[in-house]
Design a protein around this ligand. Structure first.
Ligand code: UT7
Length: 330
């Protein structure tokens, strides 16, 4: 018997996040890098990016460990037991292993089995990709209770000799429980990719014959990424608003990928939104790639700023080149 209902929507019923305890301020990081002969400063990092601190996981901690902590908080907030889940999606570019997926490791650590579990690899757009897939599966009747997580240990792939990238990223995880609902919920979604730009943001190494082949550290042409990001974030936001029959004025909260405060300011300006409608956590978290949006979402919820019924625009952009947006009523 089909469980597909034309009235099935998906709705976020709980959020959670987790940051590894080691917090490194710009000043501390600059002092550490200076010992290796790498010159940077709190002033440069704040002026160019808005970042003031980031968290780094201990060497023995993997993405699945951060993910499971965030997941537990989200499940608790939703009042859902892990055994009730029928779908787990983890967005990550820093999986614990080549395989199995981090989602399967999370399932194991939650002490459950049987439900579908897989990873999504869309770098900093990963959470928006994962949420869109989960929304589609719920609306089609393929799932009713999904856990969608963004989790990263980007510190593992940073080149600490490259000041143009190592000061930008951090580790962390964020999660949501998405459930079938007869009211939306998710209003509209849209995903894009343009593989012509694979080279501007990549970690090109791989594993072959028992060793690492190629360069396993992150490379970025920051200015190229910046320019593309500003354009696509405006376009995709307008597109999902049009799909949902809403306008910029309906947005209560914009939660963009947290990479650079200047990108967020430009996006807000283009969408005619005041910065006090933009959730900003890049100052405290740095760029946590797929984790940045659910981390920011959870912080906005737990601080009491984002309320039930608010209209929220989530926007991801990153390596691939990938981008996308989800408009939802919280
Ligand atoms: O997560 C995926 C999405 N990623 C992004 O959205 C990142 C997008 N890009 C950016 O956020 C910015 O392009 C960066 C923050 C990466 C760089 O900012 P920028 O304003 O584009 O700086 P720049 O690359 O033009 O560099 C300006 C100067 C250079 O020196 P010269 O050539 O002018 O003498 C750099 O060498 O700043 C220098 N510089 C630094 N100085 C101190 C670069 N990194 C540093 C540093 N400390 N950490």
């Amino acid at each position: 018997m089909s469980v597909i209902s034309s009235l099935t929507y998906s709705r976020i019923t709980g959020t959670g996040s987790y940051l590894p305890p080691k917090r490194v301020s710009n000043a501390e990081f600059a002092a550490e890098l200076a010992q290796q002969g790498i010159e940077t400063s709190d002033q440069w990092i704040v002026e160019r990016t808005g970042i003031r601190a980031r968290h780094f996981a201990a060497p023995e901690v993997g993405s699945s460990d951060l993910a499971v902590e965030a997941a537990r908080h989200a499940l608790e907030a939703a009042g859902v037991a892990a055994a009730q889940l029928d779908l787990i999606i983890v967005a990550t570019s820093t999986p614990d292993m080549v395989f199995p997926s981090t989602a399967c490791l999370v399932q194991q650590k939650l002490g459950v089995h049987g439900c579908a579990a897989f990873d999504v690899q869309a770098v900093c757009s990963g959470f928006v990709y994962g949420l869109t897939v989960a929304d589609s599966m719920i609306r089609s009747g393929a799932a009713r209770k999904a856990l969608v997580i963004g989790a990263e240990v980007f510190s593992r792939i940073l080149d600490f000799k490259d000041r143009t990238t190592c000061v930008l990223f951090g580790d962390g995880a964020g999660a949501v429980v998405l459930e079938a609902s007869d009211t939306p919920g998710v209003l509209a979604t849209e995903l894009h990719a343009d593989g012509r730009h694979v080279d501007i943001l990549c970690t090109p190494g791989t594993v072959a014959g028992g060793s690492v082949l190629g360069d396993p550290l992150l490379k970025m042409d920051g200015q190229a990424v910046f320019k593309l990001a500003v354009g696509v974030l405006e376009d995709v936001a307008r597109s999902v608003l049009a799909k949902a029959g809403r306008s910029e004025a309906d947005i209560d909260w914009l939660i963009p990928h947290q990479a650079n405060i200047r990108i967020m300011q430009m996006t807000a300006r283009k969408l005619k939104l005041d910065m006090d409608k933009v959730v900003v956590t890049v100052d405290q978290h740095g760029n946590t790639s797929a984790a940045s949006i659910p981390l920011a979402l959870d912080h906005a919820v737990r601080s009491g700023r984002l309320q039930r019924g608010d209209t929220v625009m989530l926007e991801g952009v990153g390596g691939g080149f990938t981008w996308g947006a989800v408009l939802l009523d919280f």
